[in-house]
Structures are given as C-alpha cells and as structure tokens.
Design a protein around this ligand. Sequence first.
Ligand code: ZN
Ligand code: ZN
Length: 226
Amino acid sequence: MNLEAKKKALSFVKTEKISCVNYASLSAAAQNLGYTIIDYTRGINNENVATLISEFRLEELVKQTNGFIFSSGDYRLIFINKDLSGRERLIVLAHEIGHIVCKHIHSGQGTGFNVQDEYEANEFTHYLLNPPFSERMKTWAAKHKKALISFFIALVLAAGSISAAFTIKKQNSYYGEYYITSTGAKYHKKDCVFVKNKDNARRLTKEEFDSGAYAPCEMCLPDGRQ
Ligand SMILES: [Zn+2]
Ligand SMILES: [Zn+2]
C-alpha cells in the first residue's frame, strides 16, 4: 500500500473542494490546475483536435493509449479517448490527474512510461475513486450541502461558458496582437497552432473584440486559470 498516493488523493479532494468524485468534478479540478481536456478518437477527429495531434506529433500516443498528458509552453492538455465508456473515461481522467498531482509532468513531452510513475498514478486513482469509509461519509455529508454548487459547475462546463468568463476578464487587459481565422470564434496569440501558417488567419480588430463575438483560445491564452 502506497501511503503517499493515498495522502495525495485525499488532499487533492480537499484542496479542490470536490464533494462528489465524478467526471464533471474531476474535469473542473483539471481546469483549475490549468489543464484543458481534449477528447479524441482513433478515427477521424474534428479540425482543431486533428491540428493539435499533428502539430505536436501525438499520432503514436493517440493510437497506443486511451489517455495522456501533453505539456509544452502554454499548452497543458489532457487527451482522453472519447470512445471509452463513461466509467473508463473517469478512470483515465483520474489517472492523468494523478500524474499532475504527483508531479510526473515535465514540459516538452507527453507523459512518459516510467513504471514507478504509472504505479503511483494508478494508486492515486484507486484512492480517488475508492475513498476510505470515513472519508466517504464526510463526502456524503458535504455532497448535500454542495449539490447545488456542483450542479452549477457541471452546467457551466456543459455550456462551455468558461470561455465567456475569460472574455469578461480579458476585456480590460486587451491591447492587441491577437489573431482570428475566418471560420473560428476564438482569438489567438500569433504563434498558436490554430492560426500559425493558416491562409485565413488575420489580426483581430478593436471593433471585433468589442463586439464580444470572439473568445480567447483556451490553448494559447489560458490566463485566469493559474
Ligand atoms: Zn500514466
Ligand atoms: Zn490559440
């Protein structure tokens, strides 16, 4: 039994104020840690996901794993195979959060396949998804108090309003150098993979910014999450 992993799992639940461990609450906690969850399939991905995979050469990881972390520069991404069952996705997300919490992530690479790291992430997952009995009772009590809040977080996630919240925050600090494409509703830093080398990319005007029609890209403009 790895007491460290157990301690880390319990303190993670406490720090992130998770009243009920499920996919929505773990997603919110991952966002809080500065990570964006990317749902991918081993089949055909949408344009943005396909761009990330090819730009960062993640084809092999996509083929060989059901989830992994990619961290480089401003990009902190958790990739999860969306074709898994709900229970499997929860396990994969918990495992990847384990890597983050146990500090296995080094910039400029995907999660390694270090045996010790994998073991610790699995132990973390075990304790996160199967808390000890007394913790479970506390969790149950807290759940009722916080049910409304959890529901609200889930709603916010579902509606994708997180980007909208960033827009409001960003409005006062905007001072130029952002780019958009003719098809996207997000604005980006100049070197973001979504605008770099794209024929239809151009600079965002003040009027367009003020119109509120564009939100900051979660990948290259993750401010406000750290
Ligand atoms: Zn792992
Ligand atoms: Zn971007």
